[in-house]
Design a binder for this molecule. Structure first.
Ligand code: ADP
Ligand code: ADP
Length: 207
């Protein structure tokens, strides 16, 4: 899944993983799990996430390399938030080639900048289930145990969007050249975006 912060990658990736019976690998979630657990990796990346900068490539690539070895990734995985830089994309290419595997589809969820800030500042996550909500666009049910990500404060959001344009947006060309990029209108309703991506993913997986 590729797209700016707030495009809906996590929302779509969780649903897709369930429907297609693939693992959901979110580097952001993995970093946050490590921070919560107080691991060495968590301590190393906490400040970086809080600032809205990107974690160094070597650290991120190693984390994904380990994660993709897990049993639940045998059938494949939805990568959410990775790769985010050209070196990460190249490392992923090598990793997959070594395993005789490939990227089937790189769904680009396109959303305008004006929409992103409102999406991120209104985002809430359920601590228990990890489900993603929005105070206005996807209201949580009563009784949800909500938290707000510290990096969803407005000034950090702006830094993350700038990081996206500087480091991640160039990957659009990279995936287009590889013939796997497909663009989706991320301003449609959540369920409509999902339908379009599921259809495309099923086609690519069958091809
Ligand atoms: P990302 O993982 O790309 O940062 P999320 O999936 O966490 O994005 O979504 C960011 C916020 O926008 C969340 O609050 C989510 O509920 C909301 N959201 C996601 N997709 C849509 C959509 N199509 N329309 C309206 N709000 C959405
Ligand atoms: P969002 O869903 O809003 O795009 P993520 O949960 O994917 O945010 O990422 C949160 C933070 O985790 C990023 O701002 C960055 O600090 C770090 N991060 C996540 N994935 C990567 C990656 N592939 N490379 C470097 N840093 C990453």
């Amino acid at each position: 899944m590729i797209g700016p912060p707030g495009a809906g990658k996590g929302t779509q990736a969780k649903e897709l993983a369930g429907l297609l019976e693939l693992a959901h690998v979110s580097t952001g979630d993995l970093f946050r799990d490590n921070i919560r657990a107080g691991s060495a990796l968590g301590k190393r990346v906490e400040e970086i996430l809080a600032s809205g900068a990107l974690v160094p490539d070597a650290v991120t690539i190693e984390l994904v390399r380990e994660r993709l070895r897990a049993q639940d990734c045998v059938r494949g995985a939805i990568l959410d938030g990775f790769p985010r830089t050209l070196p990460q994309a190249e490392a992923l290419g090598v990793l997959l080639a070594e395993a005789g595997d490939k990227i089937n589809l790189a769904p680009y969820i396109k959303v305008s900048d004006q929409v992103l800030v409102e999406r991120l500042t209104g985002r809430r996550t359920d601590r228990r289930t990890g489900k993603i909500y929005h105070v206005k666009y996807n209201p949580p049910p009563a009784g949800a145990d909500l938290e707000q990500r510290p990096d969803d404060a407005e000034h950090t959001v702006r830094r993350r969007i700038a990081e996206y344009y500087a480091n991640t947006a160039p990957l659009l060309e990279y995936f287009r050249a590889a013939g796997v990029l497909q663009e989706f209108d991320g301003e449609l309703a959540i369920g409509d975006v999902l339908k379009l991506i599921v259809t495309a993913a099923r086609e690519r997986l069958a091809a």
